[in-house]
Write a protein that binds this ligand. Sequence first.
Ligand code: TTP
Ligand code: MN
Ligand code: MN
Ligand code: MN
Length: 402
Amino acid sequence: AVNDSEVTPFSVPSYACQRRSTLENHNAVLTDALSLLAEKAELSDEDGRGVAFRRAAAVLKALPSAVTKMSQLTGLPCLGEHSLRVIKDILENGASSEVESTKESERFKALKVLTGIFGVGSKTADRWIREGIHNLQQLRDSGQTLNRAQQAGLEHYDDIKQPVSLAEAEAIRGIVGKAVASVSSEAQIVLTGGFRRGKLTGHDVDFLITHPEEGSEVGLMPKLVSWLESRGLLLYQKTTRNSYLECSEGPGRPPSNIDRFERCLSIFKLSAGQTGSGVQSEETAASPSATERQWRAVRVDLVVSPISQFAFALLGWTGSKLFERELRRWAGHEKGMSLSSHALYDSKQVNGSKGSASAMEEKRSKLISCHVLQGRYIRASSEEEIFAHLGLEFIPPTERNA
Ligand code: TTP
Ligand code: MN
Ligand code: MN
Ligand code: MN
């Protein structure tokens, strides 16, 4: 055994967007525990705490080998008192009491089941739990009014909770690609989300669609949805139109974190024949009916972006969610810039002056910029350019699995 004085502490940069996070994880037991606590916090509307656990988990994911001693963690960023306590518990006792009791908690289990229904968020789930609804049967029996998304979510619950395989994602890529080509000969489509990061399974399939000629992307989504619907390929869809130019403060407003692209959240009907093999193998079938019928339901997200915003949209929709959050935090805190899935805005370049503005000046310029464009928008036509503008080394999609 190595004694503590010989232990070399690990070292990683503070922001996840400064690190290369592959899918390889030498600390899965620890990161699973911290992720579960993050999930509990998020389901309890404690977002700050959730992010803290997500950041701690991401730091452990980035380590080159398994943590065996607390002393190896000295000096690592983002490991708060609470996360360290959980890690220590696991290293010393093989498990964290807090994690174990969370897993057993009726409230946590109910929140997981209910928010697992497409269209149900933590607020709705919480209300239902307070009304005594803890599972799907109780929800069905309750006579609760469900919106269209929730009805579809409940109906296809077993299929949707089943992970989507890469083969299924590729099959859907083929179908959506054909649909896009049919409605516009020049429109382009890319697979984004977890599959672009090299994941072999996902909870859904994400696509970004654009057109090489600015403005020609307008109207693509309704045509695409009609094409798919007329062929019976959609079990559910809800399209939200682009609202980027509707911000009350006008175009001078620095971009917010919420993106406003035209998007379609859908549930696809994927036939067994389309994946080239059976939809589900006998062993993994959720229910007999899932093998008898020759199709399964798959969540698919479609987003349309104008070409001028494509690089930002691609970066924003590739994830991971924590990587995105860290990019925006880096931009804001370290560079005085504001990054969204639409644009990069340099708020410190007021009247052409360079150098870092004081906090007061920055606050003032942000207030003014609601009315007059003070900073400047930075153009970029590739992800590489965006990283360069942010003063970051380029991290390819497969290394954004923070
Ligand atoms: P998700 O599809 O939720 O996540 P994922 O693809 O990384 O993981 P999974 O395999 O479980 O599907 O989101 C993909 C990316 O899209 C994520 O980086 C954040 C981004 N995104 C937005 O920008 N706006 C949104 O409203 C949503 C839901 C996601
Ligand atoms: Mn390794
Ligand atoms: Mn996804
Ligand atoms: Mn998605």
